[in-house]
Design a protein around this ligand. Structure first.
Ligand code: STR
Length: 406
């Protein structure tokens, strides 16, 4: 298997379902071509758990031979996903624990309960916008009007990023993630984000507030202050991750339920918990198709495959969610009553497991029931076959979700 020619991942994401199945069916670990660059990807649940806890794989891009040799650089469209500042996303071991500590504390489930009223208020505000946009049965894009602004407002509050900057940030991230953005423009956007977040951190150093960015730059019972560079790396990682992924979680869950009216009816009748629905959505159609990347610091043998020192390893978490060995032969079906629903790795696994998992679950658990309570007659405004993904290779990002409200 592993000696076969690498499976080219379609940057236009023309057939995500087909591609996910092909990857899974190619075996637990397989070579893929990411826009001209060959790496390994893991599509098997057990192997993903094993390799995300294997300390021989690291996040530091300098361990990547293709990068160190200059084969991969600023001209590669995905460079911004891997060549990032020093932060909890790019460091391992004891330093990683230090860089992650304050975030883990701020995002602990108990602390998050304090955010609940705020998330409920933001949701209510956006439901009003949705009602206004979709009055008289006009089709409206649920993503654009409702799901897209919400996570940015939540993570913005958490990090202390002012509402007047959100439109600009959303626009930068749209360009950052799309493979259609010309590379010189993407590099310019990365530079803009750098200037913006550097300024943000400096402002908090000068005048700390009640937000996580400020917590990074002051010493407290949670530990020493991070350096300016580390704080910038962390805020960049958290705003990007907090925004982009949670939009998809909300959109993909609504889409799945609107396509399965019998399952939706059970949920609305209280026979199935929203928490269970959210887990099944994460498993079946999670926000992250491919998580870039880890690098081997020595040869790692996996069955009859050797990941050579210096090679890159991707985790294809969407395919992992469809693992037959874990979810049985119905793995490709959306089923809110599935007993294995929460056995997914949509938030990763091991030391780098998503620190925002509980926050994103909370956002979805507030937004989804509120949406269906307000608009019980929600329907897709177009056949599902007309929906398609944005040209974003790593993320499972629907372009739009046109709906009618009543
Ligand atoms: C975006 C660009 C940046 O400045 C820093 C980061 C680090 C965290 C990354 C983020 C990136 C892209 C989206 C990621 C996020 C961590 C979780 C999120 C990969 C590269 C996911 O989509 C899982």
């Amino acid at each position: 298997m592993s000696s076969q020619c690498p499976i080219a991942i379609d940057p236009m994401v023309g057939d995500l379902a087909g591609e996910t199945a092909r990857l899974r069916d190619a075996g637990p670990i397989t070579r893929i071509d990411l826009m001209g660059v060959t790496v390994w990807t893991v599509t098997d649940h057990a192997l993903a758990r094993q390799l995300t806890t294997d300390t021989r794989l690291v996040k530091d891009i300098n361990a990547w031979k293709l990068f160190a040799d200059g084969v991969v650089g600023n001209q590669w469209p995905l460079i911004g996903m891997v060549d990032v500042d020093r932060s909890m996303f790019s460091v391992d071991g004891a330093e990683h624990r230090r860089l992650r500590l304050k975030t883990a504390q701020a995002l602990a489930p108990r602390r998050l309960e304090e955010l609940r009223p705020r998330i409920e208020a933001l949701t209510a505000e956006l439901l009003d916008d949705l009602a206004a946009a979709g009055a008289d049965g006009t089709p409206v894009d649920l993503k654009q009007v409702f799901a897209y602004p919400l996570p940015m407002r939540v993570v913005g509050d958490l990090m202390g990023v002012a509402r007047e900057d959100h439109a600009q940030l959303l626009d930068w991230y749209k360009k950052f993630f799309s493979v259609m953005t010309p590379q010189d423009e993407r590099l310019r956007v990365i530079g803009e984000l750098d200037v913006y977040f550097t300024d943000q951190v400096r402002k908090k150093i000068a005048d700390p507030g009640d937000d996580l960015t400020s917590a990074f730059v002051v010493a407290d019972e949670g530990g020493e202050a991070l350096t300016e560079e580390e704080a910038i790396g962390n805020i960049k990682a958290l705003v990007a991750a907090g925004h982009e992924t949670t939009v998809s979680l909300i959109v993909n869950t609504v889409r799945a339920l609107l396509n399965e009216p019998e399952q939706l009816a059970k949920v609305l009748a209280g026979e199935v918990d929203w928490k269970q629905v959210i887990e099944e959505s994460l498993r079946w159609d999670g926000p992250v198709s491919h998580l870039l990347m880890r690098f081997a610091t020595e040869d790692i043998t996996v069955g009859d495959t050797v990941i050579e020192k210096g090679e890159g390893v991707v985790m294809s978490y969407r395919a992992v969610g469809r693992d037959f060995a874990v979810h049985g032969e119905t793995a490709d079906e959306f089923d809110v009553t599935r007993s294995t629903a929460n056995r997914h790795l949509a938030f990763g696994y091991g030391p780098h497991i998503c620190p925002g998992a509980a926050l994103s679950r909370l956002e979805a658990a507030i937004a989804l029931p509120a949406l269906f309570a307000r608009f019980p007659n929600l329907r897709l405004a177009v056949p599902d076959s007309e929906l398609g993904n944005l040209p974003v290779l790593t993320q499972n990002d629907l372009a739009a979700l046109p709906i009618t409200l009543n």
